[in-house]
Design a protein around this ligand. Structure first.
Ligand code: NAD
Length: 311
């Protein structure tokens, strides 16, 4: 198969691309390198099976051209990361909504299967864990609304599902929960890369709020495996799937574990949420996925522990 990965130079995309290439597939990557890195030597080793195109998913002509050349599309391109989304709200919203519209329209036009990367942010401030895909406390309801990144992803899901229902687009929606691992840049403001960097540099580890909020962290290779299984299974079409780890830890506990594993002399300091998130500082206290749906369909479950992730 020839896959198009939008955002394929990013953290999850580059790992997914490597797995697809290793599995004998061909790959087209469309990425504007706004947060991704240019392809390195491993990609070059695949010769004609790997093509990188620097460009934007907002360029409809280019999107059409590339979608036509592939068999299936994995749409990962998005403005990602607290800083980007908080500082450039409207630009991020445009990328995340209009980019997805261009990709979904092209996939429909050329009859290609489409997997959309959505997010646990869809559940907003809903902390009724574990979070199930059929929860009605998702975005659109002011009670759980958080910020524009989540709103854009909610629109993306509606759009892709509408193409599926009304035009028969073969689509799959994947809601990634916190995904971490090699290659994730600390520049995003993501918690694990930040804490690890602070620990190895013997600087204070910054924990927002009181640190009692919990999260679950999935290794990127588990995320990739989940995506591959869903792509390969026809029964996933039209479905929405949580992908995440269920190993829950408080951010404070995480900071302590990072210090232990790195043997760092750092201490933990507490920073008000507002300093990182501004007016979006109201965070969900817990965020734990229910992954029964993907497990029942494909047998997937995360294979790596939090310590594997941290190491
Ligand atoms: P990333 O920032 O590393 O990857 C996104 C890629 O998209 C980058 O390479 C970036 O350069 C590219 N991009 C941005 N705007 C573009 C545009 N207009 N045209 C073309 N390319 C563009 O982030 P990631 O962590 O790999 O995330 C991939 C997807 O998974 C995103 O859609 C994100 O919303 C979703 N997601 C990630 C996580 C996580 O924990 N990493 C959690 C939930 C959802």
């Amino acid at each position: 198969m020839r896959y198009l990965i939008t955002g394929g130079a990013g953290f999850i995309g580059s790992r997914l691309g490597e797995a697809l290439l290793a599995g004998g597939h061909s790959l087209l990557v469309l990425d504007d390198l706004s947060t991704g890195s240019p392809p390195g030597a491993p990609a070059a080793a695949y010769g004609e099976r790997y093509t990188f195109v620097r460009g934007s998913v907002l360029d409809r002509g280019l999107v059409d051209e590339l979608v036509e050349q592939c068999d299936a599309v994995v749409h990962l391109a998005a403005a990602v990361g607290v800083r980007l989304v908080v500082e450039r709200t409207l630009r991020s919203l445009a990328t995340n909504v209009l980019g997805t519209e261009a990709v979904a329209r092209a996939a429909h036009r050329f009859g290609r299967r489409l997997l959309l990367a959505s997010t646990s942010e869809i559940y907003g401030k809903n902390a009724d864990v574990p979070l199930r895909e059929d929860s009605d406390r998702i975005l659109g309801s002011p009670e759980v609304a958080r910020w524009s990144y989540s709103e854009a992803k909610a629109v993306d899901e509606s759009l892709v599902n509408a193409y599926h229902r009304e035009h028969g687009l073969e689509s799959v929606v994947v809601r990634f929960f916190n995904t971490v691992g090699p290659g994730q840049s600390p520049a995003y403001g993501m918690v694990i890369p930040r804490l690890v960097r602070q620990a190895v540099e013997d600087r204070p580890l910054t924990v927002y709020g009181n640190g009692l909020q919990t999260r679950c962290f999935m290794h990127v290779d588990d995320a990739v495996e989940g995506v591959l299984r869903l792509l390969e299974d026809e029964r996933s079409i039209g479905g929405t799937f949580n992908l995440g780890s269920s190993e829950e830890i408080s951010v404070l506990g995480l900071g302590r574990r990072v210090i232990e594993l790195t043997g760092s002399n750092s201490e933990i300091t507490f920073v008000p949420h507002e300093e990182a998130y501004g007016k979006h500082s109201e965070e969900p206290l817990r965020r734990v996925p229910d992954t029964t749906r993907v497990r029942k369909l494909t047998g997937w479950r995360p294979r790596r522990s939090l310590d594997d992730v941290l190491r």
